[in-house]
Design a protein around this ligand. Structure first.
Ligand code: NAD
Ligand code: TYD
Length: 370
């Protein structure tokens, strides 16, 4: 696993370490600002788990580790993942997301090709943002053509007729999505050119525990808690398709084991929400859980200058994954968001260590001398 100390990676590591005692799970992570080993405190002493602090761009290091450990599967999540940072610093995104992925691909090819590809798998985790943005043909919302558990709650709308399918043209807009798109192309090129057994998934926005509070949902929960302004980009009309992170982790486990070589699968919940509606839900739930009167924090909403190149609408068609491998989200959005708000409020110490920067000392304290 790469990027296992991040948000999604930590859920995948936890799932695999608990579910497969006979596997040896190696978590390779550079521990950038987004990597937090406290996310894995509950499993860090398991005999089937090892943490290695390494940069995926370190080709020699990755090669040596793969040989030493006899690695036969890679689940690659390590990336720079925040769009706003990519707008300020695109080079880091090209370095990690493109060259880092290439470094892993080269190392996997060097180690596996002489052994034959049998039983090997390179699984690349990507994003729906590579497809660009969809039009909002129905700003008031229409009945979605397809529903899942995630979209089965009160709110039950789609904001356009088109959805991202696996056949869609790549049209990334942000430096983040351009770098992810480029890495997807390299993964396909290694499959088509050398026969490397690969699989790619493109997932929609995730939410849940352990997300770094620069992303909408944890940032806003923490701001509501401290009664700080909630900076809504533009008019808050942009639409995202939200998926609970543990449902993504389950999909990753399934696809790693049962996905077909060379295939791409989209992962999403048919669960579209305008940002402003998500924000209202967050305020309502947070206030209720904190015992504050309903509506007391509505005035925290502050409309600010829009994000440059802000994609209007993302909406995933994940029916291929449902049809071929039987995956569906297990959680309704209202249930998932309630659990998420509760988790952040119950784990204030985690949030405070992340926002103060103290979490970065954890590695030194826990792993020195190991
Ligand atoms: P994150 O930013 O929370 O975590 C990224 C992890 O990668 C961190 O632990 C970080 O230390 C590590 N990392 C970064 N650069 C590295 C490097 N050079 N070498 C080794 N490790 C490095 O990200 P996330 O939200 O958990 O996303 C994980 C993956 O899933 C990414 O590839 C992202 O593009 C993709 N994805 C995320 C979402 C989402 O909503 N968060 C949706 C779809 C796809
Ligand atoms: P984000 O969590 O950054 O994910 P992504 O950009 O990958 O979709 O943002 C989710 C949505 O929320 C996106 O439309 C931008 C918006 N947003 C705000 O309005 N204010 C904020 O402070 C942030 C971080 C995001």
């Amino acid at each position: 696993m790469t990027g296992g100390a991040g948000f999604i990676g930590s859920h995948v590591v936890r799932l695999l370490v608990n579910k497969y005692p006979d596997y040896r799970i190696i978590n390779l992570d550079k521990l950038t600002y987004a990597g937090n080993l406290e996310n894995l405190r509950d499993i860090e002493d398991r005999p089937n788990y090892r943490f290695v602090k390494m940069d995926i761009c370190d080709f020699d290091g990755v090669l040596k580790l793969m040989q030493e450990e006899g690695v036969d599967g890679i689940i690659h999540l390590a990336a720079e993942s925040h769009v706003d940072r990519s707008i300020k610093d695109p080079f880091t995104f090209a370095q990690t997301n493109v060259l880092g992925t290439l470094s892993l691909l080269q190392a996997a090819k060097a180690v596996w090709q002489p052994l034959g590809w049998e039983g090997k798998r390179f699984y690349h985790i990507s994003t729906d943002e590579v497809y660009g943005a969809l039009e909002m043909t129905h700003p008031e919302g229409i009945e979605p053509p397809f529903t899942t558990k995630a979209s089965s709650g009160e709110h039950h709308l789609a904001y356009g007729e088109k959805f991202f399918t696996e056949e869609m043209k790549y049209q990334p807009h942000s430096p983040y999505s351009a770098a992810k798109a480029s890495s997807d192309h390299f993964v396909r090129a290694f499959h088509d050119t050398y026969g490397l057994p690969t699989v790619i998934t493109n997932c929609s926005n995730n939410y849940g525990p352990y997300q770094f509070p620069e992303k909408l949902i944890p940032l806003f929960i923490n701001n509501i808690r401290h009664r700080k302004p909630l900076p809504v980009y533009g008019k808050g009309e942009n639409v995202r398709d939200w998926l609970f992170v543990e449902d993504h982790a389950r999909a990753i486990d399934l696809i790693f084991h049962e996905g077909k070589d060379g295939e791409t699968y989209n992962i999403g919940g048919f669960n579209e929400w305008k940002n402003i509606d998500v924000i209202k839900v967050l305020i309502r739930i947070t206030d209720r859980l904190l015992g504050r009167p309903e509506g007391s924090d509505d005035d925290l909403i502050t409309f600010v200058t829009d994000r440059a190149g802000h994609d209007l609408r993302y909406a995933i068609d994940s029916r291929k994954l449902q049809r071929e491998l039987g995956w569906e989200p297990s959680l309704q959005f209202e249930e998932g968001i309630e659990r998420t708000v509760k988790w952040y409020l119950d784990n204030e110490a985690w949030m405070d260590r992340v926002t103060s920067g103290d979490y970065q000392k954890y590695y030194e304290e826990m792993y020195k001398g190991r």
